[in-house]
Ligand binder design. Sequence first.
Ligand code: AMP
Length: 444
Amino acid sequence: MSFAELGLSPKVLEAVTAAGYTTPTAIQAQAIPHALKRKDVLGLAQTGSGKTAAFVLPMLSMLESGRARARMPRTLILEPTRELAAQVEESFATLGKNHKLTVALLIGGVAFDPQAAKIDRGADVVIATPGRLLDHFERGRLLMNGIEMLVIDEADRMLDMGFIPDIERICKLLPFTRQTLFFSATMPPEIQRLTAQFLHNPEKVETATRSSTAESIEQNLVKAPHEAAAKRDTLRALIRSQDNIKNGIVFANRKTTVALLEKSLKRHGFNVGALHGDMDQSARTKTLAGFRSNEITILIASDVAARGLDIPDVSHVFNFDVPIHSEDYVHRIGRTGRAGRVGHAFTLVTKEESKYINAILALIKKDLPYFEIAGAALAEAATPVAKSSVRKSLAGTKRPGPNRPAPPVADISPPQPAKPVAEESQEASHGFHSGNMPAFLTRR
Ligand code: AMP
């Protein structure tokens, strides 16, 4: 299947080629022909599946006829987070480069008036988070009765964030005859109810199920202590033990943990940035840009803040906490091993978290190997400027391949006594320095 066979316009096809896309992804191949026929689409697809282009491309084709009027946008895309909304705007810039379209980004945390001014001039596309969209509507700056196409993206995350009442309200404000494209990675009952209410005879399209994790990701579990400071020691020793690390995302369950980890890893010389829900938009954008350009090599994030971020080529994902919702595990580790690259995912597991990890293993239908960080590595990680033997703590152990049954922990890495000084200086001569991290991992 090629893009040319999907029925897209020549202008759109040219932009697709210029973007470097050669073959449609599964969700694109399935959804685009239905969308072009003006049918409602219900897409079960995750981030990374190419679903953004699955709605952007048919929308661009559709917008080639007709034009926007003042305060009456023609299409609306709803996203759960500001970052996702901004990413969709970037897709329009790339894929819509041959279309002279006005795209308005209506997200919270930034000034209201420039957004309103853009809608005043007539927007072809509005990309919005639900709250800010309703703000504009309530202030009388936006009319929704000209919307021809609605996209609801990441619906299950909208549910997690409590946006469903807003979504219902918005759907009721739109013309009944509009076309709706609806995407969700999972279909909990509340989402099914929403689709039954607001989609008309939808075409259902589905990619890999929500429970699948890519084979290109090597997944491992790491035994960790419950006590917070000791758990942070384990994380640092783990990061330092990774020879092949290029950059990584550390996930934590709570915003407070994200903030603590940022402080702690910085203090230990790591080159880190944090992303959590309480940050203002400019701080988030700055951190993300820093991570994309490799100025920041370790990003610490909560699930909500990191949802759907398109950061190509992340070599490692570290789950500082086991996610409470099993699907979040699939989303988190999906940040690595993208586009066929090999990725590495490590999840720290305390005794208290074992019920959550068991639920995850049942969901992904895999048995994952356990590592234990050696005692010497932990002792070093506990000091602010760690010395050299950390890297070796896992290097000498046999690394189980992905999906092989986990051998007993003691077989992988038995607690080791502290190393003699001579061994450390030998390592130093192999080029390991400053806490045994590659230079790019440390603060500049
Ligand atoms: P998404 O699931 O929409 O976040 O897309 C994930 C990544 O895949 C983005 O970096 C897209 O630019 C890229 N992408 C989308 N469609 C294609 C395609 N057909 N071929 C290659 N890359 C694509």
